[in-house]
Write a protein that binds this ligand. Structure first.
Ligand code: ADP
Ligand code: MG
Length: 240
């Protein structure tokens, strides 16, 4: 599980996270919603140690993420992350893209890595695109490639940062379907998203971020269906 306790994070004088407490249990889907600039992405970066924290603790499977002794590269293998902007290697095929990390980072042979990658690509519905170059694919397909690439590292956790925000509206559905598939597989996930109805459908827990704090957190029916805090109500009235 992921345990986040009292996490503070500043960039210079700007305090972006002001004491975040959040637990994500194995198999849970936690959605994070909130206005732009409220610290959602920063929290994800702190979870996989891209960013340092100023105080507090983040524990992933009993490993203290920000302990100096923690092997950050090993930790990140267990935390797959997919961003808003997909970034595959244009000179490699879809299969080669997805096989790259298992080969380079985990030391699998080319054949082994491609076997793992092929299975993940089939899983996200790209089984007929293995030999295609990513630039030839739609944004939705490229985003599914990014997901397959992360899954090829066999992470226990997946962190998604607004993975549908840059997509044309008609391509959002296929990417959300892929996330549903992972949820049904039992993947533990944190999804930063603006897709409120999706969050309501798939999440075990929703956290509403406001200016570096979790303003309201709970089951989706409560936070999204019957929010108690005025700021949550205001935010939802703007995005729904
Ligand atoms: P969100 O994902 O909720 O939109 P972010 O976590 O990206 O918010 O950003 C929160 C705040 O931190 C913003 O004010 C942003 O400008 C600031 N910020 C993010 N990253 C950096 C950085 N590397 N250096 C300085 N300020 C940053
Ligand atoms: Mg963000």
């Amino acid at each position: 599980m992921i345990e986040i306790k009292g996490v503070h994070k500043s960039f210079g004088d700007l305090e972006v996270l002001k004491g975040i407490d959040l637990n994500v249990n194995s198999g849970e889907v936690v959605s994070i919603i909130g206005a732009s600039g409220s610290g959602k992405s920063t929290l994800l970066y702190c979870i996989n140690a891209i960013e340092k924290i100023n105080s507090g603790n983040i524990i992933v499977d009993d490993i203290d993420v920000h302990d100096k002794k923690t092997d950050k590269n090993k930790l990140r293998q267990n935390l797959g992350m997919v961003f808003q902007q997909w970034n595959s290697f244009p000179h490699l095929t879809v299969l080669e893209n997805a096989a790259l990390a298992p080969r380079i980072v985990k030391g699998f042979t080319k054949e082994e890595a491609e076997e793992i990658a092929r299975n993940e690509l089939i899983h996200v519905g790209l089984g007929d695109k293995l030999d295609v170059y990513p630039t030839r694919m739609s944004g939705g397909q490229q985003q599914r490639l990014a997901i397959a690439r992360a899954l090829a590292m066999k992470p226990a956790y997946m962190l998604f940062d607004e993975v549908t925000s840059a997509l044309d509206p008609e391509l959002v559905g296929e990417v959300l379907d892929t996330l549903r598939l992972l949820r049904d597989d039992g993947m533990t996930m944190i999804c930063v998203t603006h897709e409120i109805s999706f969050a309501k459908e798939v999440s075990d827990k929703v956290a509403f971020f406001h200016k570096g704090l979790i303003e309201e957190m709970g089951p989706p029916d409560e936070v999204l269906g019957n929010p108690q805090r005025e700021r949550t109500q205001q935010f939802l009235s703007k995005v729904l």
